[in-house]
Structures are given as C-alpha cells and as structure tokens.
Design a protein around this ligand. Structure first.
Ligand SMILES: NC(=O)c1ccc[n+]([C@@H]2O[C@H](COP(=O)([O-])OP(=O)(O)OC[C@H]3O[C@@H](n4cnc5c(N)ncnc54)[C@H](O)[C@@H]3O)[C@@H](O)[C@H]2O)c1
Length: 339
C-alpha cells in the first residue's frame, strides 16, 4: 500500500474508519517494511577481481562462474594476467566484460575484493593502491619477506577505511592454531622443512640454489636429497619467491612471536619425489626446571599433480574454500586476516 487512499480503503473494507494520524503511521510502517524487504532480498554479491590466470587463477575463476555456492555470494569483476595477457583476452570461456589486458583501469571494474594469484611483485606494485579501494587477498605471501612491501601492506591494511589483507592458508595446515599459540606468547620456535622435485622448484636464476637445483634435475635417481637452503624464512623467500608461500604464511601467522626473522626453514630437492612435503615443527617455551617443552609436528604429504607445477590439487581445494569463506561472510575490516 503506497497511498492514504489505499490504506483508508483497505481499513474501510474491514469496517474500520481511520483518523489521519493513524493512516499516516500505517503508511510509514508500510514503506519501512518495503525498504527492509528489498534490502534483504537484494543482498549484493561481492565483486571479485583476479590478478593471475594460471593454475590457481583458472580454478578460482571457474568456481566463481559455475559453482552454485559461489554464485550465490560473488560475481566476476575482472581477470587479468600480467605475465600472459593473451591467456585472458583469448579465453572464450570468460565474459568479455570481465577481461582486462592490464591493470591500468582496474578501478572501473568496481571490485569489492581483489585476489592475487600471480607473483609477489603484484603486492609490491599494486597492494597499497588496491587497499585504498577494496579488500585484498594474496596467495604469494612471500611478498611479506621484502621489508618495504611488508611495511606498505601493513600500513595500508591498518588505515581505517574498512579494507583489509586476507591470506589464504593454502598448503599450510593449522594456520589459525599457529596464530593463537603465537598471540598467547606460547610459541618459542618454528621450523619448516620443505621437500620438492627439482622441476617444481624455482630458485632465483644466478643463485647457488639455482645451480644445485639444475644439477639435481639431470642427476640420476641415486643422487637422493640435496639441501638447497637452511636459514631464516626472510632470507629464504628472496631465493624462492614462487615456492615458499606456505612457509611464509606460517611465519606471518606467528608474527607476534618468532616472525620471519626467527622462524627457520630448510628446502630440499629430490628428483625421485612424486609429492610435495611440508614438515612443520612448533615448540613452546622451555620449562626452566625440567628443560622440557611442548612440541607439535605436522607433516603434509601431498601428491604433485604434474612435474613443474608449484601448486598441488589439495592446495587448490584449500584456496577455493578460503575464497568461498571470505565471500560468504561479512568483511572483517582493517588489518591482516588469515582465512
Ligand atoms: N599461499 C600458498 O600457500 C600458495 C600456494 C600455491 C601457490 N601460491 C602462489 O600463488 C601464485 C599463483 O600460483 P599458480 O600455481 O597459479 O602459478 P602459475 O605459474 O600457474 O600462474 C601464475 C600466473 O601469473 C602470471 N604472472 C607471472 N608473473 C607475473 C607478474 N609479475 N605479474 C602478474 N602476473 C604474473 C603468469 O603469467 C601466470 O599465468 C604463485 O606466486 C604461487 O607461488 C601460493
């Protein structure tokens, strides 16, 4: 009912004569109910933009376009691949309106959430700008190993504009438990051992690790395990920017205690491996009297889909679930959030 006349006529049909004040009140009530109903039925879907259209990007975009659970809560804003733009522009499965050849006019796509599934340099070059306008979910957490990028992301995420950084757990099991243990002051050390096939490792060209890894690719199956790196997580990330996101995410979760400078990691190449292994050990504070401490060990042993891939299928599943979770829940606002 939208007029006095309609309200009066409806009351008269029930044998009631309304005074003007009551009719006015009923009109206001009827319009407030209409507004509330329309707001709840047209709950807006979150518009999601993707930077990177490789293995992870394709899986996530496909979920947004075809999974009924995803379609209820999100829609595609844009897809861009700065390393291989034609991969996006020539893909007939993507809607034309969502194809972007570059990030030049990214604001025009009005994304609520931008997902990086490309390279840590995206966070260095664009992270701060994205956070001015929307939420930012990043897969390449090795970006945090670079101090300048870390500082700019943290500053942008803590600006009181309601936009935050979301970090998917990816291949890391128990990220929230690590965070809790760290925040409660119960974590004194963290060590991660990662083992991969040399074809799935991408050390920076020119580094000693690159030379040793190339050697491992061509050596016989009796070469066994070769340790490429053993040291701090921060130093590791610069050498393997595409491989050690899981390790960096663990160190970020433990920000308030060990962090990237005190968490240690060891990377091993082995050309007989048909899986990716992440072995994480956490230790609590030593009891001064007994010298003993709590120790937690989690070993993730994931079959590698194809030689040369940096991401296993189990990690894709974990990312899909993180994105679905983020889009299905109200934004968490400013800050760094594990998801
Ligand atoms: N957090 C985690 O646990 C986790 C797990 C797996 C992968 N990752 C990271 O996610 C990212 C994507 O993984 P993937 O398996 O899809 O890799 P991929 O190599 O299959 O795809 C990456 C895509 O990004 C594009 N790209 C490369 N360099 C770029 C740059 N400088 N700027 C913009 N785009 C660029 C490439 O053209 C490619 O299409 C990688 O950085 C990877 O290390 C993180």
């Amino acid at each position: 009912m939208s007029t006095y006349e309609e309200i009066e006529a409806s009351a008269a049909a029930e044998g009631v004569v309304l005074d003007r004040l009551t009719a006015e009140f009923m009109l206001k009530l009827s319009s407030a109910t209409a507004i509330a109903t329309s707001a709840s039925t047209s709950k807006r879907k979150r518009r999601v933009g993707f930077v990177g259209y490789g293995f992870l990007g394709k899986n996530l975009v496909s979920m947004v376009m075809s999974d009924p659970r995803a379609q209820e809560v999100m829609e595609l804003a844009f897809v861009v691949d700065l390393g291989y733009p034609a991969g996006v522009m020539e893909d007939t499965n993507l809607p034309e309106a969502a194809k972007a050849a570059s990030l030049e006019n990214w604001q025009q796509y009005k994304a609520d959430l931008i997902v990086e599934v490309a390279h840590p340099s995206v966070s260095t070059n664009w992270g701060e700008a994205f956070l001015e306008e929307c939420d930012y979910m990043l897969a390449s957490t090795t970006a945090f190993a670079d101090k300048a990028t870390e500082e700019s992301l943290k500053a942008a995420a803590s600006k009181p504009n309601g936009h935050g950084v979301y970090m998917a757990a990816g291949a890391l099991f128990g990220s929230l438990d690590i965070q809790k243990m760290s925040d409660m002051g119960k974590l004194s050390s963290m060590r991660v051992i990662m083992k991969k096939h040399p074809l799935s490792l991408y050390p920076t060209e020119g580094s000693e690790q690159h030379r040793l890894n190339e050697q491992a690719k061509v050596s016989g199956s009796d070469a066994g395990e070769v340790t490429l790196f053993d040291g701090s997580v921060r130093d590791l990330a610069g050498i393997f920017p595409r491989n050690v996101n899981t390790i960096c995410t663990a160190a970020i979760a433990a920000w308030s205690s060990v962090g990237m400078d005190n968490a240690t990691a060891c990377v091993i190449t082995d050309n007989t491996l048909e899986k990716m292994i992440i072995d994480l050990t956490l230790e609590g504070a030593k009891n001064p009297e007994t010298g003993k401490c709590l120790s937690i060990n989690v070993c993730r042993d994931s079959p590698a889909a194809i030689s040369g891939a940096v991401t296993s299928q189990a990690t894709v599943t974990s990312f899909l679930s993180s994105l679905l979770h983020v889009a299905s829940n109200p934004p968490k606002g400013d800050g760094l959030h594990l998801c």
